[in-house]
Write a protein that binds this ligand. Structure first.
Ligand code: GLU
Length: 422
């Protein structure tokens, strides 16, 4: 299913459940602004290639547009629109003063040199110069983008406007105004939300067996935090495939990452050392990993992983969506029927954008907080968001996703009214 269509289905379901004012729905059915670009790049070998790029500014009723930039061979306008819509909902659930946006460049980062990536990032920033800014639209990292790339954006934008403007982008290197804690915020925040939900369900974290699809920045920091809390990581994957622990006693995430770094692959079942031992692990495809028995399934890679065709094969009773949009709208219905508790992306991974918000506040005021202070402030925001969502879930007897949308749509509606948009 088209990712944007799935996102709009979620919107419609929530609108029906809460009897949403038609004007709010009408405004939110389409993005406010879509920027579509073609960026020519003279590559190191002299050949010129033009890259498709996008920035979708979905809604700014609650504040400046906010959202990451993704570099991926399958990036498309449909996907970026959906991701920008989810940012709008996410920032409203977290109650931070932002609207929602997202950007993407259709490229395979493994096929470009660092110099080429820098050149393309700077030309993307020049093309968006009139649309982004600390009070207009603030990009951040997403799939395949990182602090170094954000640093190039901050530099290029500052040069263009003739003034140092680190607050134009978040997720920067700490040396140029990045925030302590931002790197770990999404994964650590996801763990915090899961731990709070487990408390509400009266489940012991130490008894939880966790399966993680995607061990990038988000999956890794989530794994670190959950392992420290005594949860057992029984399976992980990267873009090439995964492994699971046949013994079910849990993997050591750092040992695993070390081996991945030195040998390159997870799927080849290469593990070394006593903890990460090949005898005990079995190679498994990314799709199969989702269907293995565990207590908490954590899709932390890309959208549309759990759909109508595989939803009924999912065995986990809890899904924590650390990726954006990993469960599509048809699968949502099937999972709800099976009583699977889906902790939705717009809440589960909102630690990332809350971390970004705290970085932006520090930049605007010239502060620099220690990691502990940043993470404590982030936890306060996430606890309040979870509380609001849980209350709406119990009151309206709806799924957590619908409850999160209800909380967000109420807040968005109030802002639209406050500004006289509706
Ligand atoms: N890309 C992240 C997300 O999807 C973070 C966005 C941000 O920090 O602006 O939530």
């Amino acid at each position: 299913m088209s990712v944007f269509k799935s996102a709009l289905n979620q919107l419609k379901t929530a609108a029906q459940a809460m009897n949403l004012e038609p004007a709010v729905l009408e405004v939110l059915r389409k993005p406010q602004r879509v920027i579509e670009l073609s960026l020519p790049l003279k590559k190191d070998n002299g050949v010129v290639e033009a890259f498709e790029a996008y920035r979708v500014q979905y809604n700014n009723a609650r504040g400046p547009f906010k959202g990451g930039i993704r570099y991926h061979p399958h990036a498309s306008l449909d996907e970026v629109k959906a991701l920008a819509f989810w940012m709008t909902i996410k920032c409203a659930v977290a109650d931070i003063p932002y609207g929602g946006a997202k950007g993407g460049i259709k490229l395979d980062p493994k096929k470009l040199s660092e110099h080429e990536l820098e050149h393309l990032t700077r030309s993307y920033t020049r093309a968006l110069r009139w649309a982004i800014g600390p009070k207009q639209d603030i990009p951040a990292p997403d799939v395949n983008t990182n602090a170094k790339i954000m640093g190039w954006i901050a530099d290029e934008f500052s040069n263009l406007v003739g003034e140092y403007k680190p607050a134009v982008v978040t997720g920067k290197p700490i040396a140029i105004g990045g925030s302590e804690g931002r790197e770990v915020a999404t994964g650590t925040g996801g763990f915090f939300i899961l731990a709070e939900v487990l408390k509400k369900l009266k489940k012991d974290p130490k008894k939880m067996k966790v399966m993680i699809q995607g061990i990038g920045n988000v999956g890794y920091w989530f794994a670190k935090a959950s392992q420290a809390a005594g949860m057992k990581i029984v399976g992980v994957s990267d873009s090439k495939g995964g492994i699971f622990d046949k013994r079910g006693i849990g993997m050591d995430i750092d040992n695993l990452m070390e081996t991945k770094k030195s040998k390159g692959l997870l799927a080849g079942c290469y593990c070394s050392g006593s903890v990460c031992d090949c005898k005990n692990y079995q190679a498994v495809s990314n799709q199969k990993l989702l269907e293995l028995p565990c207590d908490v399934l954590v899709p932390a890679a890309l959208e549309n992983q759990i759909m109508a065709k595989n939803a009924n094969r999912i065995k986990a009773p809890i899904i924590l969506e650390l990726a954006n949009g990993p469960v599509d709208s048809e699968a949502d219905i099937k999972l709800a029927k099976k009583n699977v508790l889906v902790i939705p992306d717009v809440l589960a991974n909102s630690g990332g954008v809350v971390g970004s918000y705290l970085e932006w506040v520090q930049n605007l005021y010239g502060y620099s907080w220690k990691e502990e202070e940043v993470l404590n402030r982030m936890k306060d925001k996430l606890a309040a968001a979870l509380h609001a969502v849980w209350q709406a879930r119990e009151k309206q007897k709806v799924t957590m996703r619908v409850a999160a949308f209800i909380v967000a749509l109420r807040r968005l509606g109030e802002s639209m009214k406050g500004r006289g948009v509706i």
